[in-house]
Design a protein around this ligand. Sequence first.
Ligand SMILES: [Zn+2]
Length: 105
Amino acid sequence: MNKMIQYTKPITINGTDYAIKFVDKVTVDRKECFGCLIPKSISIEIEKDLARPVYIQTMLHEIIHAIELDYCLDFSEEDVDRLASGFASLFRHNPQFIKSLLEEK
Ligand SMILES: [Zn+2]
């Protein structure tokens, strides 16, 4: 299985720079999970050494939580997962399209 590239620079979501931290273990409410958005430290913790598809799903999941928080939305965990999965599929199957969105003439 492909390993992820650990992207360690901050990522900007709606004008806020979130630090990305790769950690051995992520725990939320005493439950182990792959990632977590931590608003009070403006950071996203991601378990290191996730397989690439799991890493992508987890990063998108936490990014959607950041957007959810920013706009005072109230998604269920399942909806956050569905949105992350939909975006992961969009990115995976349309890399040229995604690239074209970022290109300027
Ligand atoms: Zn979540």
